[in-house]
Design a protein around this ligand. Structure first.
Ligand code: HEC
Ligand code: HEC
Ligand code: HEC
Ligand code: HEC
Length: 125
């Protein structure tokens, strides 16, 4: 019993480690950086999207030669701010470009992709 307390502390600590780096299967995208939202929040099935794509495909960062050196596990908002700055898209444009471009690319390749219409991502419940 003497060590019970310490064991509990260690277990609680250990339980927090995976939580910090794990991803929710379904992420509801509703960034406060975008202020009052005009559109309903977007449900993004993260888990489904990791079946065929490598993490760095979306979690990118670039060195000066534009090699993708990965930004996993940072959120997009770590680099893309509310407003566009030189050489860096705004957060809203970053989401639209990444989500829609890939869905378009899949369509071109005849692979079932995701939606490209406003109301299919910004779903009214
Ligand atoms: C492929 C999915 C997708 C499609 C299609 C899409 N959006 Fe979005 N949109 C997003 C995501 C993801 C965000 C970021 C939402 C957040 O995190 O708050 C966003 C953000 C926004 C925002 C800023 C937040 C807000 O609600 O004010 C607006 C405005 C917006 N979209 C309008 C549109 C319009 C208009 C269209 C159609 C021309 C459209 N979107 C199509 C995924 C999509
Ligand atoms: C198809 C694109 C895509 C792929 C592939 C992807 N992610 Fe994500 N991931 C996202 C988006 C979008 C978010 C939400 C980011 C935000 O809200 O700024 C996210 C969020 C996360 C978060 C939470 C970040 C935070 O602090 O909010 C982690 C951790 C993460 N992803 C890790 C991974 C790992 C590990 C892989 C590979 C197994 C992966 N992702 C693959 C798009 C992707
Ligand atoms: C560590 C910083 C960083 C993070 C985090 C980041 N980006 Fe980027 N992103 C960049 C840089 C730098 C560029 C510009 C590259 C260039 O010079 O063309 C860029 C460019 C883009 C572009 C333009 C096309 C391209 O791929 O070059 C899109 C779209 C984009 N980001 C979406 C996202 C999304 C969505 C997320 C989150 C899943 C994200 N970014 C996370 C740094 C980041
Ligand atoms: C690198 C390519 C890629 C990116 C980036 C991407 N998607 Fe997808 N998306 C797909 C593919 C492929 C499917 C079809 C998967 C399936 O049905 O099994 C899909 C399916 C979907 C679906 C419908 C299936 C479902 O129930 O989830 C939605 C909604 C969706 N994506 C939203 C998004 C949003 C929002 C983003 C940006 C945050 C995004 N996608 C970024 C490739 C991508």
């Amino acid at each position: 019993m003497r060590y019970g307390k310490y064991l509990l502390v260690i277990l609680l600590f250990a339980a927090c480690i995976p939580a910090a780096y794990s991803q929710d299967a379904l992420i509801v995208l509703k960034h406060k950086e975008m202020g009052v939202h005009q559109r309903p929040p977007v449900e993004f099935n993260h888990e489904k999207h990791t079946v065929n794509f490598q993490c760095d495909r979306c979690h990118h960062d670039y060195d000066k030669f534009l090699n993708n050196v990965s930004s996993d596990p940072q959120p997009c908002s770590a680099c893309h701010g509310a407003q566009a700055v030189r050489g860096m898209m705004s957060l809203t444009d970053a989401f639209h470009a990444q989500c829609k471009n890939c869905h378009d690319e899949m369509r071109v390749r005849n692979i079932p992709g995701g939606p490209v219409m406003c109301g299919e991502c910004h779903v009214r419940n």
